[in-house]
Design a protein around this ligand. Structure first.
Ligand SMILES: Cc1cc2nc3c(=O)[nH]c(=O)nc-3n(C[C@H](O)[C@H](O)[C@H](O)COP(=O)(O)OP(=O)(O)OC[C@H]3O[C@@H](n4cnc5c(N)ncnc54)[C@H](O)[C@@H]3O)c2cc1C
Length: 435
């Protein structure tokens, strides 16, 4: 869409057309809002370099009324189980069994599909509803409007727009958050200054890649379930992904996420097949008795290096004049990708905020500060819970020292023999635990 048609005024300005901005836009439109504007700083949606690959049960449920879930299910891999392993044994054969017994849960499983595809379906839905993001429009200024009606936003292009409400869905380096002067801190160290650009030195970098694995696959490497290994380098996660629809040979694609400890030297920015193979060989086994076979990395589809940080915005809503700023998604909270939570949490927030805000813009009602603030406080609490959970997973995966590792493995092995624990982990990740 050409930036020349950017309106000068809008009820809701959504900054960022990633999965979260797009979801809140769809939710507002489906709930009757008409005057919304969505902008994104990049010229086009990302097509490669996908991050999220796990869509959890509760997310599938909230996307269902938008008509997204059926499309996702057609294309993605339904995953009903996962394993937590050492290279020699399965500690926890986890599952989503506790969801199956709940009558209110429509999708008692996770779905494996790349974020690019999920974003593609969300964008298509947005277009069906008659909207498209204005691109490239990078937000560089945000002030309270002089007439008290809300906010005035300024873009790098020099264009301006006035909005009653601004939704910051512009990712972890959020300009909305900075310009609205909302701090960003580690929940466990609120005294540390803004950490939005700082790397957590205690967390090893991650190699994240999608690879073709050679056929035949090792017999116990699942085409549906996630395998998490606690190996000598830390955690290595192997996630099956749908085959490329254009590949007639249907070569199996897997997402591999591997911690690279300092002892291995600098983690490469663009790991090649040999380096990824070394991560797999050092930390995983797929023999029938988990003692011998390795998966063979045939070629690399894409690869990247991530250094994880964790942090949460000091507030998720801030009033400005008759309107205000809402933060959601990575603009509001960031954490390790362990457990596949970021996009899932953000989508659930986007739906909750969109449904709450829609009546205020469709009916022109004055804002309800108490309602907005209460919801923001609740969302922030949930985000902190997710941050703590992912920190726990990272800590367990990166334990050093053979004694503590053996103790961890023993505790997990023991828990893995108890049916409640096997399904609790799945419930904890599903999105139903926090709501
Ligand atoms: C390796 C990895 C694996 C992951 N796996 C999972 C997973 O399995 N499941 C899961 O739920 N989550 C996962 N995540 C997290 C997930 O990718 C993020 O939580 C999700 O992308 C957040 O979406 P968002 O829309 O908030 O931000 P983003 O996806 O970052 O989108 C922000 C958008 O805002 C735009 N923007 C930025 N600044 C401006 C500006 N100033 N003006 C205008 N536009 C701007 C950007 O161009 C971008 O399009 C993973 C993350 C990583 C790194």
């Amino acid at each position: 869409m050409s930036t020349s048609s950017l309106p000068t005024k809008t009820d809701v300005l959504i900054v960022g057309a990633g999965p979260i901005g797009t979801t809140v836009a769809i939710t507002l439109l489906r709930n009757g809002a008409k005057d919304i504007t969505i902008v994104d700083g990049s010229p086009e949606p990302s097509k490669i370099g996908s991050r999220a690959v796990v869509v959890h049960s509760r997310t599938l449920e909230v996307l269902k009324p938008m008509g997204i879930t059926d499309t996702l299910l057609d294309r993605g891999i339904v995953s009903r189980a996962f394993t937590i392993n050492t290279p020699t044994s399965t500690l926890i054969p986890g599952n989503f069994g506790s969801l199956e017994s709940r009558p209110d849960v429509a999708f008692p499983h996770a779905l494996l599909i790349s974020q690019c595809e999920t974003e593609g379906y969300l964008n298509k839905k947005l277009e069906e509803l008659g909207k498209k993001a204005f691109r490239p429009l990078k937000l560089v200024g945000l002030v309270e409007a002089s007439d008290g009606s809300g906010l005035e936003a300024l873009f790098e292009s020099g264009e301006k727009i006035q909005a009653k409400y601004v939704i910051g869905a512009d990712g972890s380096h959020s300009n909305v958050r900075t310009l609205a002067q909302i701090g960003f801190h580690q929940p466990d160290h609120p005294e540390v200054d803004d950490i939005s650009n700082k790397i957590d030195p205690n967390t090893p970098p991650l190699i994240v890649c999608d690879v073709y694995l050679a056929n035949p696959l090792p017999p116990s490497l699942s085409r549906t379930d996630i395998a998490i290994f606690f190996g000598i380098d830390g955690a290595v996660i192997i996630i099956p992904l749908p085959c490329d629809p254009n590949d007639s040979t249907k070569r199996p694609i897997y997402r591999i996420i591997a911690m690279v400890p300092q002892t291995r030297g600098e983690a490469p920015k663009n790991a090649d097949a040999a380096f990824i193979q070394s991560c797999v060989d050092r930390n995983t086994r797929f023999g029938p008795d988990k003692s011998a076979e390795h998966a063979i990395v045939e070629s690399v589809v894409w690869t990247s290096r991530f250094r994880t940080r964790h942090g949460v915005a000091d507030r998720f809503y801030k009033p400005f004049g008759k309107g205000g700023v809402f933060l959601m998604g990575d603009a509001a909270h960031i954490h390790s990708p362990a457990g596949g939570q970021g996009m899932n949490l953000g989508i659930r927030e986007a739906v909750a905020v969109g449904e709450m805000l829609a009546p205020f813009v469709t009916e022109g009602k004055p804002k309800d500060e108490k309602l907005f603030e209460e919801q923001a406080v609740k969302r922030r609490k949930i985000a902190i819970d997710v941050i703590n959970m992912t920190n726990g997973i990272v800590a367990a995966g990166s334990l050093q020292g053979s004694f503590v590792r053996a103790l961890r493995d023993w505790v997990m092995w023991f828990a893995g023999r108890i049916s409640y624990f096997r399904s609790f982990a799945g419930f904890r990740l599903s999105g139903y635990y926090t709501g």
